[in-house]
Design a binder for this molecule. Sequence first.
Ligand code: PA5
Length: 356
Amino acid sequence: MTGAAVLDDKERLAVADPAGMLDEIAGAGDQARSALRIAQASSLVGPQPEVVVVAGMGGSGLAGDVVAALAFASSAVPVLAVKGDRLPAFVGPGTLLVAVSFSGNTAETLSAVEQGLAAGARVVAVASGGALAALARGRGSPLVTVEAPPGRMPRAALWSLLVPVCSAAEAAGVLPPLRDQVLAAAGALDAEAAALGPAVPTDANPAKQAALRLLDRLPVVWGSGQLGAVAATRFRTQCNENAKVPVVSAALPEANHNDVMGLEGGLGPGRVLVLLRDEAGEHERDGLRLAAALEALGVDDPVVRRAGEGHGLVRLARLTAFTDFASAYLAIARGVDPTPIRTLDRLKAAVSAASR
Ligand code: PA5
């Protein structure tokens, strides 16, 4: 059974989500609290760097996007997220390199760490184990060991990864003290889970409603503000990996300078526009820009989710809870198991076998 009927049927949901991705999403608040305890028990304090580079891929690498977005409005120290084997040429002794990999075995992240160590960067590693943890121990670099209960997928560990990456930036004086904000974000994750979780029926559940609108359509996702842009990326990657569907995502106001042309003439029946708005992080003209784009495209009923008020991590928590639940419901509505990522696994295994 697929479609709306399965989303409101507890027993069928359990069958459709055998590895419990929905439970993982609902547990994000506890995960954030636990990650805070682990990060606070780790020795991360170091000198203020000239630049912070966060190296990581996929579900782990998103933590770098978040830290860069948080630092954007307040930090005098530039923060850059790098996704690939190579680091920029400026990396050197003044760099704090935070390497984040849930498995600890992602080839690109390990290459980046080798380059950073050779260039004299100060490395902090965030991993559940693997080669990255071994490398950090061997080189005497600070290591935060991330919780990895059996079966947890990297994308389901977002808060386990994100909190220590933030803590590394905080401990180097790049971000302000974050304890209270992490706890508030955990509370927001709990509240969103209560509002968007499987027990809430479709007619009262915006994440289920969004999933059903996206069924058999191409999601076109725009995020506003630095954090809304990160949430748009999260929506895309969560729909890719959970629901196994392609998604187009972009950030506002940049989308007004190119993406709108791909939608000229309107969305048509095959596409749905999703807006992830962080109004607290928008420029004062972004609302006007968005309204103009919707009018030009003739879009009058996008799916809209707002981040609301509060600190950046709290606003991000509200948006990621929505992206995560909506993408898992989309998977289930399509009759797809949200958890396995067979093609991605095959690809990583083939590349690492070829590079041995
Ligand atoms: O979501 C996923 O499983 C992937 O995007 C991984 O996060 C990515 O391949 C990197 O792996 P890891 O997070 O173990 O470094």
